[in-house]
Design a protein around this ligand. Structure first.
Ligand code: ZN
Length: 713
């Protein structure tokens, strides 16, 4: 064994991953070796589990080690597959996933382990000896095993496994249908009057889109560059967001916008790609699964793993936000109508006019142009401003440590975080720039290593410090100028850094609950959205800016515009999210596909909620549900509300600083310390409501979110 370990970097047991040495050929041997070892370890644990009196030591601790070793092997593979993707790596990645998933299920459904954990929980003398963190880890493991069907037997168990299989297949089919039906639609424009209003970047994309489609045709002839270019067309527009969004915002031709809109809301709703029957089937299966596990509805099952105490509590929060945002939404709509009328629009504003006129009004009233802001946000300035902010509020120091750890690409930077006494407490990689050919889009924070403290046989403690991956897809530097960040890129960086802080400033010693691990789905966006709030504090915003040529900070007039843009059409944005969240909840809670058959369809449910929530009259032909992948093929079933739930928390947490005065350094530092010691330090070791109350001194309130959105009563 030791031979393999020293040669294969994916089997290293200590230290920082050797990114510069990992090769695709290491993956399969490493995964096979670590899985063989893990299965052996699980078998030993299962043997010991039925008799041992020391469940923590003989069941929990060895299983934690198994998970950590697996993560040391598979974590880097998953990471590289996302940021340095090659055909070879993708192939071995896909080859090995099923093995990893199978082992995950095997250990989650282990009956001997489950019984040992329940036995421990049932023995007060033993249970009370455990720390609150240990008890919460065990509670969560028991719950997760229960929700994986460990407690079922005989016919019920067979049926449960069948449902799981069918749900997984139906989810895949649902999203494939959406992708296929989106792909089947195109709008190819050739005349200049058809593209009136579209900005250059949309036309460039449209033309490139057309060329790619031409090239993909069988027997494709090379496109003659002289006979066509982005100014001359043709231009091809499709239903995916980067193509659809700008078209609806800028195209002056109302008839084309209508055509495009109608195609979008009809995706996957007819013929062979019709998702409607699949949707009913998924809802039925979920309902049956919930019943097998002892819940009344699927929403109750979903909420059982979340921070929200009950489905009713979720309804309560959503309805409160609805009551507060409805008036704002209506007022916005009235002024948009007046604006359109004043600018010569004779038709009533309806769905396909909304993005177009909203964008015109934004241009005129805010006058905010992205190009104006860019020179003020050179990446090195933004980073030093961000690091100064976390020093100011949390007392930790971030320093560059490039060269102290191997990296996977020369652009990747390495940083260390130290506490007040200068002790290193964490580190992170920052992979900032987009690399379209090899790197997945978007931005994310991921765990590289978890914080954990292991007690060795000689009684000494071995500490593994947490390391985070911060991955963005920003604009790379051009020539010898630094990367100039757009405001939304800066916001994304603050967001991901917030996740990173929760991962890195944890003080929990057990890896299953340190950092973001074990944090409930509807609470995990608290630190990330919290950090975004700082960008709307004038002084903080100015401190992350310096003009790339003059070094001047962002002028007041641009700061005003950024702050005004935050609440522009906030009512509409809120109502839209509430519409999705309420429909999702209703379908998984009150709606019953069996008894409702014939009386109310899922589309009727959507319409009913739209009549209450939407600003525009709902359209009966709207089949948006047929492409609502978040809830039918993603992880958001009866959980779409999480976006708003976490935003209530983050806004309320930030309000603690606002109440003290953002410019009062000592108060900010002491509240910051409290935030660090609770939300950031405790991570998943305590229930999130308890952690929040420890920070705020009371349960969360939506008032701050309502105020930040600019809604009056
Ligand atoms: Zn996030």
């Amino acid at each position: 064994m030791s031979g393999i370990h020293t040669e294969n970097p994916l089997l290293a047991r200590t230290g920082i991953p050797a990114w510069d040495q990992i090769k695709p050929e290491h993956v399969t041997p490493a995964v096979d070796a670590v899985l063989a070892e893990s299965r052996d370890a699980l078998a030993k644990v299962e043997q010991a589990a039925s008799e041992t009196t020391n469940v923590w030591q003989e069941v929990c601790a060895p299983l934690e080690l198994v998970q950590q070793r697996l993560h040391r092997t598979w974590g880097p593979v998953r990471h590289l597959n996302g940021v340095m993707n090659t055909a070879e790596l993708r192939a071995v990645f896909e080859q090995n996933i099923p093995k990893i998933v199978a082992f995950g299920l095997q250990s989650a459904q282990s009956l001997p382990v489950f019984n040992a954990l329940k036995r421990l929980r049932g023995q007060p003398a033993e249970w009370d000896k455990l720390s609150p963190t240990q008890r919460r880890i065990i509670e969560k493991q028991i719950l997760s095993a229960e929700l994986s069907g460990v407690g079922l037997s005989g016919h019920a168990k067979d049926r449960f496994n069948e449902i799981e299989r069918e749900l997984s297949q139906s989810g895949t089919k649902f999203s494939n249908n959406v992708l296929d039906s989106s792909k089947a639609f195109e709008l190819v424009l050739t005349k200049t009057e058809e593209i009136a209003g579209l900005p250059d970047h949309a036309l460039e994309l449209g033309h490139q889109n057309w060329r790619n489609a031409q090239a993909a045709k069988p027997n494709a002839e090379p496109v003659d560059a002289k006979a066509s270019n982005w100014q001359m067309g043709p231009w091809r527009f499709t239903l995916d967001e980067p193509s659809y969004g700008p078209f609806m915002e800028f195209a002056q031709r109302r008839d084309l916008r209508e055509k495009f809109y109608r195609a979008r809301i009809a995706r996957a709703s007819t013929g062979e790609l019709n998702n409607a029957p699949l949707m009913t089937k998924i809802l039925e299966l979920r309902r049956e699964k919930a019943k097998l596990l002892g819940f009344k509805t699927y929403a109750e099952l979903s909420v059982a793993t979340k921070m929200a105490p009950s489905v009713d509590a979720v309804y309560g929060t959503l309805r409160e936000l609805l009551a507060k945002s409805k008036k704002a939404g209506k007022t916005e709509m009235d002024s948009l109508r007046a604006f359109a009328k004043a600018h010569g629009e004779r038709e009533e504003i309806i769905d396909w006019d909304l993005p177009y006129w909203a964008e015109r009004m934004r241009e005129e009233t805010l006058g905010l142009r992205e190009e104006e802001l860019l020179p003020y946000f050179p990446m090195p300035i933004v980073l030093s401003g961000l690091f100064a902010l976390v020093k100011r509020i949390f007392g930790v120091t971030v320093t560059a440590a490039d060269g102290e750890a191997p990296v996977w690409h020369p652009d990747v930077r390495f940083f260390r975080i130290r506490d007040e006494r200068g002790n290193p407490i964490a580190a992170f990689y920052f992979d900032a720039f987009s690399r379209p050919a090899t790197k997945r889009g978007g931005a994310w924070m991921d765990r590289c290593l978890d914080r954990r403290v292991e007690t060795l046989t000689n009684g000494k403690h071995e500490v593994q410090l947490p390391i985070a991956h911060l991955t963005c897809n920003g604009t790379p530097p051009i020539g010898n100028k630094p990367s100039l960040m757009s405001f939304s890129e800066v916001r994304t960086l603050f967001h991901e850094f917030g996740h990173g802080l929760q991962h890195m400033l944890t003080t929990v010693d057990h890896s299953e609950a340190s950092g973001i691990r074990n944090v409930e789905w509807d609470a995990v966006e608290l630190p990330s959205q919290f950090m975004e709030n700082w960008l709307y504090d004038r002084a903080t915003l100015a401190s992350v800016t310096a003009h790339v040529e003059t070094s001047e900070p962002l002028p007041d007039i641009l700061i005003d515009k950024i702050i005004a843009a935050r609440t522009y059409r906030a009512g509409y944005a809120m109502l839209r999210q509430l519409h999705f969240a309420l429909t999702d909840l209703e379908l998984h809670h009150k709606f019953n596909p069996e008894t409702s058959a014939g009386s109310e369809t899922p589309f009727d449910v959507d319409m009913r909620i739209a009549r209450d929530v939407s600003i525009l009259p709902p359209r009966p032909e709207n089949r948006f549900l047929c492409s609502f992948m978040h809830i039918f093929s993603g992880g958001y079933a009866a959980g779409y509300y999480s976006y708003k739930w976490a935003e209530v928390l983050s806004a309320d947490a930030f309000a603690a600083f606002e109440e003290a005065g953002l410019d009062r350094a000592n108060e900010v530092a002491s509240i910051g310390r409290r935030f660090r010691d609770t939300v950031l330090a405790l991570g998943g070791s305590r229930p999130p409501l308890e952690v929040f109350a420890m920070f705020r001194g009371r349960p969360p309130s939506p008032d701050a979110l309502i105020r930040h959105a600019g809604f009056s009563n």
